[in-house]
Design a protein around this ligand. Structure first.
Ligand code: ADP
Ligand code: ASP
Ligand code: MG
Length: 405
């Protein structure tokens, strides 16, 4: 008998028929003798719909109220699911974030989970009741509702799995597992049977939305195995687990992309000590995360600095930088939102030279210009013109042989 957390994403609970089907799956698992705690997302599209409603009221919606609004999406699915289970003659009980409670800090719209007492969920299980937890939401010490950031139900699921000491956290989604690249844009993508936490973390940070970043961080920290699989079939999916030696044999295990990128250049900056700090401190004070940075020297003690931020932060970063530019005597600030980041990931890269240059070669052969580059031990990323995103992903996927079995 195993203790399992099962999380079902938006497409898996998109309507009443699918919710009933998920209820059947969960019940059949409990009938095999396993204890199951269910974590649900909102119905597909619902969180976007609620966000649009908020934008009708305020151009920059109040964060506390936005969390109150967005958390209702998950409230609907956990109630409907519990009803479906009861209609099938079994017991279930829904738990909103504050009822578990999923305790978080007060950073509305990107709250971090601090603690999840397991007692109520365990009591339910001991009484033969299936606990059904609302994903994506939590509560602060002062009782305010928070949300964890988009895709946050994955994080709820892994955190609940850690809290109750589950054997595995199963993430059910609309694809068969984690693929060598997004199967949505590359038809030759292949399912990966096993992947290390580290590679999965890189993939998630570089744009593969199949698992939310923090869920992988949690799993890695507490060594909680994640099984990513389809809610529409019974085929085994991908196990996200600790790295083993076999994984190192694979040089490049996946290709990822992100269109959530924007590039800003500040030109003809007087080059003197302290200039980078003068440019980046006001940006970090505004809680804007800077990703890649390039500095180019010019003649006459002048320099250009180019960096990337997420598109959502672009306008704010531009206006902060324009202010800085006038203070430090830089000539101009320019921005570009039509860029994308393509990356290759693989733990095998640690011990092999030449992977980055193969990537540059593949992009060059397809006529794709590289605007910026960054590397780490297990990944290489290139910023390119957004219009080449799909071409680049497919070219790299094929170029590194990921389309072969
Ligand atoms: P859910 O609603 O179940 O949480 P998501 O939409 O958040 O599902 O994540 C699943 C989607 O992630 C897939 O439909 C797929 O298009 C996308 N995706 C991107 N990269 C990958 C990848 N490497 N492997 C699998 N899916 C990926
Ligand atoms: N419903 C939330 C979202 O769409 C959380 C989730 O689905 O994981 O982002
Ligand atoms: Mg998701």
């Amino acid at each position: 008998m195993a203790l399992i957390v099962q999380k079902y994403g938006g497409t898996s609970v998109a309507n009443c028929r699918r919710i009933k089907r998920v209820a059947e799956r969960v019940i059949s698992r409990t009938e095999q003798g396993d204890d199951v705690v269910v974590v649900l997302s909102a119905m597909a599209g619902q969180t976007n719909y609620l966000t649009d409603l908020a934008l009708e009221m305020q151009s920059n919606p109040d964060k506390r109220e936005l969390d109150v609004l967005l958390s209702t999406g998950e409230q609907v699915t956990i109630a409907l699911f519990s009803m479906a289970v009861k209609a099938m003659g079994h017991e279930a009980r829904s738990f909103l974030g504050y009822q578990v409670p999923v305790e978080t800090d007060a950073a509305h719209s990107k709250a971090r989970i601090q603690n999840i007492p397991a007692e109520k969920l365990k009591n339910a299980l001991n009484n033969g009741i299936i606990p059904v937890v609302a994903g994506f939401q939590g509560v602060t010490d002062s009782g305010d509702i928070t949300t964890l950031g988009r895709g946050g139900s994955d994080t709820t699921a892994v955190a609940v799995a850690v809290a109750i000491g589950a054997d595995v956290c199963e993430i059910y989604t609309d694809v068969d597992g984690v693929f060598t690249t997004d199967p949505g844009i590359c038809p030759t993508a292949k399912k990966i049977d096993r992947i290390s936490y580290e590679e999965m973390l890189e993939m998630a940070s570089l744009g593969a939305k199949v698992l939310e970043i923090r869920s992988v961080e949690f799993a890695m920290r507490y060594d909680m195995p994640i099984h990513v699989r389809s809610s529409f079939t019974n085929t085994p999916g991908t196990m996200v687990v600790k790295e083993d030696e076999l994984m190192e044999d694979v040089l490049v295990s996946s290709v990822t992309y992100s269109r959530d990128e924007a590039r800003i250049t500040i030109s003809k900056v007087p080059d003197r000590p302290g200039i980078a700090s003068a440019i980046f401190k006001p940006i970090s004070d505004a809680n804007i995360i800077v990703d890649m940075i390039i500095q180019n020297a010019r003649a006459g003690d002048l320099t250009d600095m180019t960096f990337t931020v997420s598109r959502a932060d672009f306008d704010q970063a531009m206006s902060i930088l324009e202010e800085t530019a006038s203070q430090i005597g830089a000539e101009s600030v320019a921005g570009d939102k039509k860029i994308a980041k393509v990356s290759i990931v693989g733990v095998g890269m640690r011990n092999h030279a030449g992977v980055a240059s193969s990537m540059f070669d593949i992009l060059a052969r397809h006529g794709i210009n590289i605007l910026m580059i960054s590397t780490s031990e297990i990944k290489v990323s290139c910023i390119i013109d957004e219009k080449f995103t799909e071409l680049a992903v497919r070219a790299l996927h094929e170029g590194f042989g990921l389309d072969k079995e």
